[in-house]
Design a protein around this ligand. Structure first.
Ligand code: ACO
Length: 321
C-alpha cells in the first residue's frame, strides 16, 4: 500500500532567546505567573533579519539534510503559517527559490496553530493520489510580529520558530511506516475567541492577536480529546498503543488536561512549551524534531501529532515512524 513516510525532520529558532524575567522588565507580568499558568519559561523572538521565510528555509534545509535528500528530489512544498512574509506570494514559493527548487507546486496553508496538521493532511492526500512523490511540509511563524505587546494576557504566551519534515510516497507493508490516519475539523462560529483584528480585505492593516483565553482553553481540551479518539479508531489502535504524543505546545495545562482525559501517562507527551512557548503552526514539527534528535522518538514508534487553533480548527495524525 502507498503511504506517506517521514524521511527526516528539521527545525530552526531565532537567535534571540527572551526569558520570562526579561519580558517582565517591559510587560506587567512575572516569571511566577507565566510559569504557573502556562509552563513557559522562555521564548525565541525573531530579529530584523529573521522572517517566517528565512526560518522556514533553515528548517527545510535541516530536514533535507536529515533525510539525505536534495531539493532536486522534491516535487512539492506546503508551508503552514498565519504570519507570511507578505500577503502574497505564498511564503512556500520563497522557500522553494531559496532552496534552489523550480517548477513544482509550492503553496501556503492557513489554519493557525493547526496549520501543520492541515498541511500534512493535504500533502498526504497528494502523495497517495500520485500528484507528488516527495514533499517538504513546513510550519513556520513569527507571531512576535502580530502580538500586542501592551496586552499581557496574550504577549507572554507566544514565540517564533519553524519545523519541517520531508515526506515521501512509498509502497510499504501493512505494518510498515507512514501516516496511518488523519482527521481535520473546523468550527468557524468560534472565530471571535481567537483572531487577528486586521487583514488586507478589512482594515488594510496586519492587525494584532486577540484571545479569550479561558474559552479557548475549554474548547481545546474537549476538541483535542475527541479527535485523538477518532484517529485511533480510524487506525484500529487504542490509547495504550501510542509511544509518543507530539501535541501543539500551547500551554502545559492544556497538555496535562487532554492527557488525563484520555488516560495517557504524562511521560508519553513530548513537551517543549517551556523552552519555545506557543509557536503556532511550527510547534508540532519543532517538538517532533527535538524528540527525534534526542533519541526519544525511534524508528517503529507509534506517534500521535495533534493541534488546535484559531477558527477554531483542530486535527490529529497517527503515524508509524
Ligand atoms: N501576568 C500577570 N497577570 C496576568 C497576566 C500576565 N501575563 N495575564 C493575565 N493576568 C491576570 C489577569 O489580569 C487576571 O487578573 P484579575 O484576576 O485581577 O482580573 C488574572 O491574571 C487571571 O486571568 P485569567 O485570564 O482568568 O487567567 P487564566 O487562569 O485563565 O489563565 C491563560 C490565562 C494562561 C491565557 C489561560 O486562559 C489559557 O491557558 N488559555 C488557553 C489559551 C491558549 O493557550 N491559547 C493559545 C492559542 S490557542 C491554542 O494554541 C490552543
Amino acid at each position: 500500500m502507498i503511504r506517506s513516510v517521514i524521511l527526516g525532520s528539521g527545525s530552526a529558532l531565532p537567535k534571540r532567546c527572551v526569558s520570562n524575567a526579561e519580558l517582565a522588565e517591559q510587560v506587567d507580568t512575572s516569571d511566577e505567573w507565566i510559569r504557573e499558568r502556562t509552563g513557559i519559561t522562555q521564548r525565541y523572538i525573531a530579529g530584523e533579519d529573521e522572517t517566517t521565510g528565512t526560518l522556514a528555509t533553515a528548517a527545510a534545509q535541516a530536514a533535507l539534510d536529515d533525510a539525505g535528500v536534495s531539493i532536486g528530489d522534491i516535487d512539492l512544498i506546503v508551508l503552514a503559517t498565519a504570519t507570511p512574509d507578505r500577503t502574497f506570494p505564498a511564503t512556500a514559493t520563497q522557500v522553494q527559490a531559496a532552496l534552489g527548487g523550480k517548477g513544482f507546486a509550492a503553496f501556503d496553508v492557513a489554519a493557525v496553530c493547526s496549520g501543520f496538521l492541515y498541511a500534512m493532511g493535504t500533502v498526504d492526500s497528494m502523495l497517495r493520489s500520485g500528484m507528488a512523490k516527495c514533499a517538504i511540509v513546513i510550519g513556520s511563524e513569527t507571531f512576535s510580529r502580530i502580538l500586542d505587546w501592551e496586552d499581557r494576557t496574550t504577549c507572554v504566551l507566544f514565540g517564533d520558530g519553524a519545523g519541517a519534515m520531508v515526506v515521501e510516497a512509498q509502497d510499504v507493508a501493512e505494518d510498515g511506516p507512514g501516516l496511518l490516519a488523519t482527521r481535520l475539523h473546523a468550527e468557524g462560529e468560534h472565530c471571535d475567541l481567537l483572531y487577528v483584528d486586521g487583514g488586507p480585505s478589512t482594515t488594510g492593516e496586519v492587525g494584532k492577536l486577540r484571545m479569550k483565553g479561558r474559552e479557548v482553553f475549554r474548547h481545546a481540551v474537549t476538541n483535542l480529546s475527541s479527535v485523538l479518539v477518532e484517529v485511533l479508531e480510524d487506525a484500529g489502535h487504542v490509547p495504550g498503543d501510542i509511544d509518543w504524543v507530539v501535541p501543539h505546545q500551547a500551554n502545559q495545562r492544556i497538555l496535562d488536561a487532554t492527557a488525563k482525559k484520555l488516560g495517557l501517562p504524562l511521560e508519553k507527551l513530548v513537551v517543549t512549551v517551556g523552552q519555545h512557548a506557543n509557536t503556532s503552526a511550527a510547534s508540532v514539527p519543532l517538538a517532533y524534531d527535538v524528540a527525534r534528535r534526542d533519541g526519544r522518538i525511534k524508528q517503529g514508534d507509534l506517534v500521535m501529532l495533534e493541534a488546535m487553533g484559531g477558527g477554531f480548527t483542530w486535527g490529529a495524525s497517527l503515524l508509524r515512524v
